[in-house]
Design a protein around this ligand. Structure first.
Ligand code: CO8
Length: 261
């Protein structure tokens, strides 16, 4: 398993867990940490064809990530700000496009860039102590890792405006009410719940899962016609060996043995 300075990787039965690992700084996202996330994602997707899903979580019990590393900001100026924002947007976008489910297991503060990373994941499971917010305006900033774009997709424009303009922090229950998180569980059950969702998805046909992620993302991509993407994806799946296996398994009343082909 690959070694990193700012993240930690664990792997168990086709499930990779990436721990954001700067607990003394509440797992704040430094540029080095974001580079390591990018590297870990490429490593997992390229080297590991048996990967069923990825969990992103925070080391320790206080934070998923309390934002981008604020202490780095005063040195950046305009060009540095653009460069850093672009780095995060591109890397988070690669997580969103991953062909296997990526689940944010949110175990405490998910603020600023931390919430933006969680929003790029396909699903968000929160522990009861999780807290969410976009406090950038308090620091003199707009969000830089796409909260102005993704937050409204989950909670609607009015609630997104409210959270972004007031910088109010909300708890896990409110986040679930708003549709920002899928589920809220006890902290000690968080990783097990995320793993059990990936295990459920792992029983489905891998090609269909990859295509579903692509098609749902396509709805939000102005360069793609999501409806056409779905038509084409449906055709690709119809021509796959997995479709033959799925239908045979249904007729023979047995579990399917998908090969991802
Ligand atoms: N960056 C760096 N260090 C941090 C951060 C952060 N985002 N958050 C916390 N820390 C550090 C604290 O400085 C402290 O370090 P030290 O012990 O050395 O003083 C340690 O973590 C523990 O934090 P606190 O003592 O503050 O813990 P509290 O329990 O008192 O408070 C809070 C917890 C409420 C989470 C508080 O730490 C806080 O408000 N943190 C900042 C939250 C924030 O504003 N996040 C948004 C940052 S901006 C952002 O994310 C923009 C993303 C897009 C960037 C685009 C690139 C340019």
């Amino acid at each position: 398993m690959q070694e990193y300075k700012n993240i930690r990787l664990e792997r168990e039965e086709g499930i990779a867990t990436i721990f954001l690992n700067r607990p003394k700084a509440l797992n704040a996202l430094s540029p080095e940490l974001i580079d390591e996330l990018d590297n870990a994602l490429a490593y997992l997707l390229n080297l590991d064809k048996t990967l069923h899903g990825i969990i992103l979580t925070g080391e320790g019990d206080r934070a998923f990530a309390a934002g981008a590393d604020i202490k780095n900001f005063p040195h950046l100026a305009k060009e540095g700000g653009v460069e850093l924002a672009r780095q995060g947007v591109e890397v988070f976008g690669r997580f969103e496009k991953a062909p296997v489910p990526v689940i944010a297991a949110i175990n405490g503060f998910a603020l600023g860039g931390g919430l933006e990373l969680a929003m790029a994941c396909h699903l968000r499971i929160a522990s009861e102590n999780a807290r969410f917010g976009q406090p950038e305006a308090k620091l003199g900033l707009t969000p830089g890792y796409s909260a102005t774009q993704r937050l409204a997709r989950y909670v609607g424009k009015a609630q997104a405006m409210y959270l972004l303009l007031t910088c109010e922090m909300i708890d896990a229950e409110k986040a679930q009410q708003l549709g920002l998180v899928n589920e809220v569980v006890k902290q000690e059950e968080l990783l097990d719940r995320a793993k059990s969702i990936i295990q459920t998805v792992s029983k489905m046909a891998p090609l269909a899962i990859k295509e579903i992620i692509h098609c749902v993302n396509a709805y939000y991509d102005p360069e793609l016609d999501g409806f056409e993407e779905e038509i084409q994806a449906f055709g690709r799946c119809m021509g796959s060996e997995d479709l033959q296996e799925g239908v045979s398994a249904f007729v023979e009343k047995r579990s399917a043995n998908f090969k991802g082909q």
